[in-house]
Design a binder for this molecule. Structure first.
Ligand code: ATP
Length: 338
């Protein structure tokens, strides 16, 4: 069985991009017999960006309910909240001690923040937490604790998987004798057919940009948000470039090949923006409506979600996390915990 791991940061309300890019493909692949699936709510990661405890808690509940509403079967996969598994945080430290600082200096997320500071004429590291700097190590711990083989990610995350491989190799080299490899080297899986959805403002749809269409917002709000997507001002009857259009990109992510081909033709024929948006709204709502109902019913029973998460983490710790960490502690020369 191949171990596949997917996490979503609990930094806000899950959106169409999370659904298309992570949840829909992950739930589909979890049904395959050759996959052992790990799904987690990345709440340690959320703390890097969000210092609002209520937001982190609400987001955790929303993302858990979303996974469940979208068909994840918690008894058939590993489904857990990251912070319920303290072994991850401990491995984070073991890896921190083998991770090269120079490697972390090159991480995109950190470099982007430094660049922003430079543009603003600030000190390089102004306002940048050590958490943001160390984020690739925590991500490596998420993956390596369970020896996940495959990690489906967007292109922007490939570098972090390479870093996880680097830290794993270093650890194996320092602490593994011949034939005693502690860590499997994980591979990034880029699903070429999975699009990166644009947000309302045309940038990547992202919880941190506040430009999202929440996956399960009520129908009237979904309609309103879709109508607010930024377009150019070409009039009805004027040919429109489907590939340059956010509306088309969203449509494509929800439509099958023949619907997409008809829409492409309609763009060439000069469909009015209002009509294109109406078609987009109807298409998305048709897929989402049944899931939205399940989501709302789950959100009305938060204690049930909580129980599922606790059970998931307890089972994971007993079966995998604790024994695994015990071996790693021993490898580096720490005493056994019990
Ligand atoms: P944050 O802003 O806190 O990073 P996010 O909304 O960008 O949040 P993540 O929680 O970092 O999303 O990512 C969870 C998963 O959703 C990842 O697999 C990521 O590739 C996918 N994802 C996020 N945004 C999009 C998008 N716009 N299009 C497609 N997939 C996306």
């Amino acid at each position: 069985q191949t171990r596949v791991l997917t996490g979503i940061t609990t930094s806000g309300t899950p959106h169409l991009g999370n659904y298309v890019g992570a949840i829909r493909p992950a739930v589909a692949s979890s049904l395959r017999a050759d996959v052992e699936a790990f799904y987690f709510l990345a709440d340690y990661h959320a703390l890097i960006k969000v210092q609002d405890p209520a937001r982190v808690q609400r987001s955790t509940l929303e993302i858990a309910a979303t996974w469940l509403a979208c068909g994840l079967a918690p008894e058939q996969v590993w489904f857990y909240r990251q912070s319920d598994v303290p072994e991850i945080a401990e491995l984070n430290w073991l890896l921190t001690c083998v991770a090269g600082k120079g490697v972390l200096n090159r991480a995109h997320a950190y470099k982007a923040s430094v660049d922003k500071n430079r543009e603003a004429g600030e000190d390089d590291d102004a306002g940048i937490s050590a958490g943001l700097f160390m984020y690739p190590v925590l991500m490596a711990a998420d993956i390596l604790l369970f020896n996940a083989h495959k990690v489906p990610v967007g292109r922007d995350q490939i570098q972090h998987i390479e870093m996880a491989r680097d830290f794993a190799q270093r650890f194996n080299h320092l602490y593994g004798g011949a034939g005693n490899e502690h860590f499997v080297l994980p591979e990034a899986v880029i699903e070429e057919q999975v699009a990166t959805l644009p947000g309302l403002d045309g940038r990547k749809m992202s919880k941190s940009y506040d430009n999202t269409i929440p996956l399960f917002c009520p129908r009237p709000e979904l309609k309103k948000l879709i109508y607010s997507i930024v377009t150019d001002s070409l009039a009805p009857g004027q040919a429109k470039d489907a590939d340059a259009s956010n509306v088309f990109q969203l449509y494509q992510a929800f439509a099958d090949a023949s619907e997409t081909a008809s829409m492409r033709q309609a763009f060439a024929d000069g469909i009015a923006w209002g009509e294109a948006k109406e078609a987009l709204f109807e298409r998305i709502d048709a897929e989402i409506a049944p899931l939205r109902e399940k989501y709302e019913s789950l959100m009305a029973r938060p204690e049930e979600i909580e129980a599922i998460l606790r059970d998931g983490a307890a089972r994971l710790r007993d079966t995998l996390a604790a024994p695994r960490l015990a071996g790693l502690r021993e490898a580096v020369g720490l005493r056994p915990l019990s």
